[in-house]
Design a protein around this ligand. Sequence first.
Ligand code: LGS
Length: 456
Amino acid sequence: MIFPEDFVWGAATASYQIEGAVKEDGRGQSIWDTFSHAPGNVANGDTGDVACDHYHRYQDDVGLMRELGLAAYRFSIAWPRIQPDGWGSINPRGLAFYDRLVDALLEADISPYVTLYHWDLPQGLEERGGWTDRDTAFRFADYAQAVHDKLGDRVGDWATLNEPWVSAYLGYGNGVHAPGQRDPAAAMRSAHHLLLGHGLAARRLRDGGARRIMLVVNSAPVLTPAQVNDPAAVPGEADAAAVHRIHTLLTRQFLDPAVNGTYPAEVLEAAERNGGAGHIKDGDLELINAPIDLVGVNYYNPCVVESGPGLPADAAWPGSEGVRFATADAPTTAMGWPIVPDGLSRLLVRLSRDYPRVGLMVTENGAAFEDVVENGRVHDADRVAYLNGHLREVWRAIEAGADLRGYLVWSLLDNFEWAEGYRRRFGIVHVDFTTQTRVLKDSAVWYRDVIARNGL
Ligand code: LGS
């Protein structure tokens, strides 16, 4: 299976998960500093204080990327390094880090893919309401422009937000992520303000001459338990309605406004039932609908649902009344997530059909397993199998006509896995968090060969 000639191979990370150096060079506090330091929020009380110490070791890490032959590296910028409180003057020492990183990547012939927001909101903005407050969208656009002004001469590929569904619904809905609020109305408001911030920032990036702009979403195929194992299974009416509702809340809620400038009726209804839709102002949809080039798709597993008559909405899913979240009959990763490789091709083909105006890129795919270091090596056959299985499906999706430009593995390094802390390892490079030693896992060596061959 050989991939298209210009297919982009790479890896992804995010600032809070790898950088450490949380008090260095004028960095302000983020909501994840606050959240991880409050007892009970993160497994083992882990925090991102040191993480992979990438802030100090970025040159070595770029060296690893070069060794693997990556063509692209997706990383995110920590907003509180650029504006410690989230607004006002720019901290040049914070920007300088990313400036050095970009230069090191270009030197190694690796294209930087910059994500502007991967969840580390400045705490100062949270204190003014965070994403529940409309003003945060405008502050985000200012920040995006400041970063583009500095890096835009060398960075062509820009993502505004990573997974706004997660920011809104895990951050403000079920409280599993920072800032840890539990309020469906706040979550729905946040989702809209995130979208508004995306649109405002996308316009500024475009005006500044950005080459490619994308929005990264945690989309997934929504399937009944029967459909997981049999793509041809036809659900009954009630199950089909549950599938449609969750697909709308997960994917259409974000891509319909961003790509087409419309909100699905079900989303507006859910807002009406959760605090009202008054936060959606006239003209917002036009702003959100700023032209973008690509949708970034982060895929890990399908979302499995069926009809659940009389069930209340899940805390992370306002509008999901009457839906039961079910389990798939499939093997699982160390996170307990089902491994369903063909979910990826089903998803990509559908998104390409539903949103023909934009190209697609897999901006994250990967898995956590219980890795063991033996004589300085990590034989992660399960991760190789996971990646191999999913890459076959990427290839199949391209064959089926999906407009897919590239694939980025999550993640380059083992890192701070949010509420799971360091116990869940997604890296293709193993990190010993006591010594900061990096070791290529078997999956990294395998991926290097895939890249060199441009195929499987
Ligand atoms: O590390 C994060 C990865 C790991 O798994 C990354 O920062 C995020 O962008 C992304 O959300 N990541 C991720 N997502 C998988 C979510 C799957 C939810 C499964 C629910 C159970 C069926």
